[in-house]
Ligand binder design. Structure first.
Ligand code: NAD
Length: 292
């Protein structure tokens, strides 16, 4: 049993936010106050928490922020109109429509309506293409960007490493794969998903294992190569009567049994989660700089 390095997302995120605060002050001195609009449709409790913390972080960094809360019955056309107004608003540099919207909303149509220059989530097709093209003027989705920043800060070498990503979503898995295979990171990348055969064997190849599935403690100790780096993106709520909230958070990795096998691992909570919001703030600054 060895002690793995715990990749402390809270500490790295705090350092990123300090940089953001300084850059926001410099931009504000030039007459550009970075502005983020966050749109929430409906009453999803987890989404409310995320939106609240994004708006609060804007305040702490000296950004301008606008929270637009719309009823669950908002129509597609009404939401598109809100997006159009934000696209045209010079005080707003970043626009984010909190996911998931209610089922009657076509999320892809909303994403495509956002001005790609203000798409700080990095979900618009133009930004997806720019990520594939390694064009730094695009926006990189915040969670995979946060995973890379955590690894970079810890000095984890990716060049030539075998990386396995479990999950192929456009929010985490696919952009993570593009980042790891880029000419900056130079990893050899495998994406596994719900139809992959013998997932444990695929995972055992990994020097860097990224779990982004949404299944509590799915990754077991014998899936992990000794000395691997394990990045746990999963955030799962497990009922727990001993907690005031009635639940506890756990990742996609069985942390207690996996940690002793790894060279480094992210905890849940306190690993990837705090990085996501920090990278959102970085993206908003990038938008403010680029739009001027
Ligand atoms: P998603 O549901 O869009 O995608 C899940 C992926 O897992 C799919 O590609 C699917 O093919 C794969 N999958 C499902 N079951 C599988 C199985 N049995 N074996 C192998 N692959 C399987 O989810 P997402 O949006 O990518 O999020 C994944 C997890 O990451 C969730 O727990 C989510 O809450 C969390 N998340 C965390 C952050 C953060 O800030 N830390 C941000 C986004 C998502």
């Amino acid at each position: 049993m060895t002690s793995p390095r715990i990749l402390d997302g809270k500490a790295v995120a705090a350092a990123v936010l300090d940089e953001c605060r300084a850059e926001a002050a410099a931009l504000t001195a030039k007459g550009i106050v970075p502005g983020l609009a966050v749109v929430l449709v409906g009453e999803d409790p987890a989404s409310k928490v995320y939106v609240g913390s994004k708006v609060r972080t804007c305040g702490e960094l000296g950004f301008h922020s606008r929270k637009i809360e719309l009823p669950a019955a908002t129509t597609q056309e009404q939401l598109l109109e809100v997006v159009r107004q934000l696209n045209a608003d010079p005080a707003i540099h970043g626009i984010l429509v909190q996911s998931p919207p209610p089922a009657h909303i076509d999320e892809q149509a909303i994403i495509r309506a956002i001005d790609p220059r203000k798409d700080v989530d990095g979900f618009h097709p133009e930004n997806v293409a720019k990520l594939a093209l390694e064009d730094a003027t695009g926006f990189v989705p915040c969670t995979p960007a946060g995973c890379i920043k955590l690894m970079e800060t810890a000095g984890i070498a990716t060049s030539g490493a075998e990386a396995v990503i479990i999950g192929r979503s456009m929010i985490v898995g696919k952009p993570m794969a593009l980042l790891l295979v880029s000419k900056k990171a130079n990893a050899t990348v495998t994406i596994a998903h719900s139809r992959s055969k013998d997932l444990p064997a695929i995972c055992r190849r990994a020097d860097i294992l990224v779990a982004a599935v949404g299944r509590p403690e799915m990754v077991k100790a014998d899936w992990v190569k000794p000395g691997a780096v394990v990045i746990d993106v999963g955030i799962n709520r497990i009922a727990d009567a001993s907690k005031k909230s009635g639940y506890r958070l756990t990742g996609d990795v069985a942390y207690d049994e996996v940690a002793p096998r790894c060279s480094a691992i992210t905890p849940v909570p306190g690993g990837v989660g705090p990085m996501t919001i920090a990278m959102l703030m970085k993206n908003t600054l990038q938008a403010a700089r680029q739009l001027g």
